[in-house]
Design a protein around this ligand. Sequence first.
Ligand code: SAH
Ligand code: SF4
Ligand code: F3S
Length: 512
Amino acid sequence: MNEEQRRDGEQAVNPSDKKSAKDYSQYFETVYTPPSLKDAKKRGKEEVAYHHDFKIDERFKEMGNGRSFYIRTYGCQMNAHDTEVMAGIFMALGYNAVETPEEADVILLNTCAIRENAENKVFGEIGFLKHLKRDNPNLLLGVCGCMSQEESVVNKILKSYPHVDMIFGTHNIHRLPEILNEAYLSKEMVVEVWSKEGDVIENLPKVRKGNIKAWVNIMYGCDKFCTYCIVPYTRGKERSRRPEEIIQEVRQLAAQGYQEVMLLGQNVNAYGKDFSDMEYRLGDLMDEIRQIGIPRVRFTTSHPRDFDDHLIEVLAKGGNLMDHIHLPVQSGSTDVLKIMARKYTREQFLELVRKIKTAMPDVALTTDIIVGYPNETEEQFEETMSLYREVGFEMAYTYIYSPREGTPAAKMNDNVPMDVKKDRLQRLNALVNELSAESMKRYKGQIVDVLIEGESKKNPDVLAGYTSKNKLVNVKAPKSAIGKIIPVKIIETKSWSMDGEAVETQTMAGVN
Ligand code: SAH
Ligand code: SF4
Ligand code: F3S
């Protein structure tokens, strides 16, 4: 695909072309190519287009009357937040939200493409949902999210899952009303996957999950092109929301009584790099958000490469900026990092950690790690283990490398057998467990602030919440504590959580 085509999303599949499934697949071959690093790197530096004119067309306002929707979400918090936007659009169309797919008139699977097993889960679910279509022929089944940006996935659904009614991409979410309308009218599968990626669409409706913590997008896309990763292809190029839009959204959330915001982006440290009219980066944004009266502010995910000194300086001011940074390292070996195209060395990463710890001595660092990268040697894996200990990470998400079609790493020969990869994952996980347990132990007997989110999943008699460092605490406290930040005395610590008692409860018990 050339740049012109990439820019002009409308040239992609046009939903009003009523073609058969077979025709669509031919159409894809000409305008929609699989992920290609060469093509994607040609991404234009053209201005990001901001749209503020989202409106539900009068024609569609009654569409959802008497109908209900259910969205199943896979993948990262960005996907979960997209689900909130789609739920907002459904509600604006008059649909009701339901809790199970069995009750729904429209089911959407908001998918993730990050690893093969994520995709397999979705295909399993699409197959499983077929029986609901048999029971209710009017049911609409849609597939959206990152998998629908992959040509191979779209072709597989067209060929093997004809009971799917709609497929739409991550750049097409705001087109949900039109896509639904088309699906109701058409007997064929509706496919709308734009490769258009230069847009930021504001004022989309949102129905947020809960009223305690809220996600706020600060940027979209990723231009880092780590050699293993599918995200730059499924989410498009990096584009930042304007600071005033973000600040206004955070202010509104504060006014509505939210206790925490999580600022979202695939690589939030690249925030503002795409502004051509001003020098304004994540540090500047955090410095402004710091002054908004919302108790807790977090961000995810950081890329070590763009983590600048100004950001560290601002984070060190504390206040509502939490003392926890999720900083994916992926590997402790400079050679592996090089093949991953992470563009930092082991030493540079350790230097960044040193700077962060100097400015924020009590910071909690967590990370993501991939083991079993193509041709990873035992020594290189050991370097990951030693780096983990040296940094003293308090938690990690760990993965076995999964080849993603179209990415440079998928073409590499790999001499590491799967059982070796599994063994490395186990060894790493044992270390992750050990350091997590250690980080928890330090709190025994201490009083920490916990944002109480609700009943514990395991035991409804106990409440659960998170500390500023994002550690899970099960708390004995009255239900009235839900939604509040309360001091909790830690009684017991485990590998992944702590048990505690609300300090007020103890005092009250003392009085009685
Ligand atoms: N933008 C974030 C990561 C998003 S994906 C960042 O760069 O930090 C979340 C994690 O999934 C990554 O950090 C990586 O550890 C893992 N991951 C991504 N692609 C993968 C692949 N092909 N195989 C295994 N793990 C992968
Ligand atoms: Fe993927 Fe994160 Fe790398 Fe972007 S920075 S390519 S999202 S791992
Ligand atoms: Fe998955 Fe897409 Fe997120 S691939 S991790 S849902 S950006």
